[in-house]
Design a protein around this ligand. Structure first.
Ligand SMILES: [Zn+2]
Length: 370
């Protein structure tokens, strides 16, 4: 039966009682208190306890509980850096509500610099999970029961997969009123309307009545300073909107919602000369990259199939037939409006600084023709 996707209502009937953020295993966390929690999720072969470190921060007043998670894919640690900043920021005074901060969810993948768990499963395809299932399934169940069930809203921080980078974009199910409201207020220029693949954390959390969306930004194995700045700005925007922090919401220069995305793939192997960078706007048929063999003989010119924005791309300057080169968010309308806004942006805006920074991972040159 299709579950109703809507914001959690405090008066909702038929749901199991929500767990309380003030009570964790044998620990009580009072209003105005902070506490580090070790959430036990498994045991190693040698019998050591495997636990997820969690920081809980409660305001002096009751209010919404928000979880912020990172490294559900164990190699995607930009978000871990952002959450670490939040935890260490003594000036972050919550006015009301509680924060559940989890810098590394997939601790077993993280130990191996890997997206995956040691059983080669993807934790972010294993939700809602089961207490009797595989390692991934058991972990997923504990995360839902212990973190998501204590929360009213969730933000899950991701990066591009290995050898790729992403221009910051939030992704969530915009049919869910809570996701739509919070994804909008996060303040990304680009929101991708996407429920997420079966088994992902955000989808399972929404089905439990906890509106959750993800940020996709930057690369694996790095804490990139501008991605960190971008993530912190968005998280604080959400907390200000919920009345949990005082301050002023910082608006992005533009907002656009992407309903459809596509990958441009190569048909040959060889050396890629890029003509676009993450965050660039592209016009239908404009050159994306030129492919030559290793001795420089032209093989193929890749073009944009539609008007769009570069959401992500490979950082590897070599490719083979079928490999994804550039991920484009399709813009059915509004491209001219965005172009005009971006053209007038000052170089010191976060939008321009992060575009400049992400493009430094690749070499971009003007195409020879066109
Ligand atoms: Zn991820």
């Amino acid at each position: 039966m299709k579950k109703k996707r809507s914001e959690r209502k405090s008066t909702s009937v038929g749901k199991s009682p929500k767990k309380d953020v003030s009570h964790w295993q044998n620990e009580q966390i009072g209003l105005g208190e902070c506490r580090d929690i070790e959430l036990e999720i498994s045991h190693s072969y040698s019998g050591q306890t495997v636990a997820i470190p969690i920081h809980v921060r409660r305001a002096p007043k009751d209010g919404p509980t928000v979880f912020v998670t990172a490294a559900v894919h164990g190699d995607e640690i930009n978000g871990a850096g952002a959450i670490r900043e939040l935890i260490m920021d003594q000036s972050l005074a919550l006015v009301k509500g509680s924060l559940i901060l989890v810098p590394v969810v997939n601790v077993l993948g993280f130990e191996r610099h890997s997206r995956y768990l040691p059983d080669r499963r993807d934790l972010n395809r294993s939700f809602p999970g089961s207490h009797k299932g595989s390692l991934a399934s058991r972990m997923a169940r504990i995360i839902l029961d212990e973190i998501v069930e204590r929360s009213d809203y969730g933000i899950d921080l991701h990066t591009a997969a290995v050898r790729r980078t992403n221009f910051p974009n939030v992704r969530g199910d915009l049919d869910n009123a809570g996701v739509k409201r919070l994804a909008d207020v996060f303040g990304c220029e680009v929101t991708v309307n996407e429920r997420g693949p079966s088994g992902c954390l955000r989808r399972a959390a929404c089905e439990l009545g906890v509106p959750t969306f993800i940020l996709e930004a930057g690369e694996v194995w790095k804490v990139e300073s501008l991605v960190l700045e971008y993530a912190l700005r968005g998280i604080k925007n959400v907390l200000i909107h919920l009345g949990m922090l005082s301050g002023k919401i910082i608006e992005p220069p533009y907002r656009t919602v992407i309903q459809e995305t596509t990958w441009v793939r190569a048909d040959h192997s060889g050396f890629l000369q890029f003509h676009v960078a993450p965050g660039d706007l592209v016009t239908k048929d404009c050159p994306i990259a030129t492919l030559t063999n290793l001795l420089g003989h032209p093989l193929e010119s890749l073009h944009s199939p539609e008007n769009g924005i570069i959401l992500g791309m490979t950082t590897l300057p070599f490719t083979a037939p079928g490999e994804p080169v550039v991920h484009i968010g399709l813009l059915s309308r509004g491209k001219k409006r965005i172009e005009k806004i971006v053209d007038e942006l000052a170089d010191d805006t976060l939008h321009e600084r992060i575009r400049g920074d992400l493009s430094s991972s690749i070499r971009v040159v003007e195409p020879e023709d066109d």
